[in-house]
Design a protein around this ligand. Structure first.
Ligand code: THU
Length: 130
């Protein structure tokens, strides 16, 4: 937990948030102990921006990991309040992580708030609906 929190804070410097100036960092903790980083990556065509949570998840999947390999995800912004994943990220987290995987929000007061994946998007649209 402490190692992941340290890394998610340190990784904020990699955020590419030149339009919103709202930097977000994420760290995905794997069951094998590996840590995978992500940041928000913005674009002059604003709608093409990608959130930190999805960057980390897509990096993990790109390296061959799947939901059963993923333990929890940490999300950090340099604010004294908690920033919660956007709707698009909730949809992606819902599918790419296990239902009981933890989403751990971290603020700059070193406080954490833990939410279960399933509780972030209740009654969500999933592969089972297809
Ligand atoms: N953002 C994230 O990366 N994660 C969140 O949970 C909320 C929002 C990003 C998207 C955009 O680059 C910036 O924060 C402002 O919306």
């Amino acid at each position: 937990m402490e190692k992941s929190i340290q890394l998610v804070k340190e990784n904020l410097k990699n955020s590419y948030a030149k339009y919103s100036n709202f930097q977000v960092s994420a760290v995905l903790e794997l069951k094998n102990g590996e840590l995978i980083k992500g940041v928000n990556v913005e674009n002059a065509s604003y709608g093409l921006s990608n959130c930190a949570e999805r960057s980390a998840l897509f990096a993990a999947y790109s390296n061959g990991y799947r939901k059963q390999d993923l333990l929890r995800i940490f999300v950090y912004t340099n604010h004294d309040y908690f920033v919660s994943p956007c709707g698009a990220c909730r949809q992606v987290i819902r599918e790419l992580m296990e239902d009981d995987a933890e989403v751990i929000l971290v603020n700059n007061l070193n406080e954490t708030k833990t939410i279960k994946n399933i509780d972030l998007l209740p009654f969500g649209f999933t592969e089972g609906d297809l």
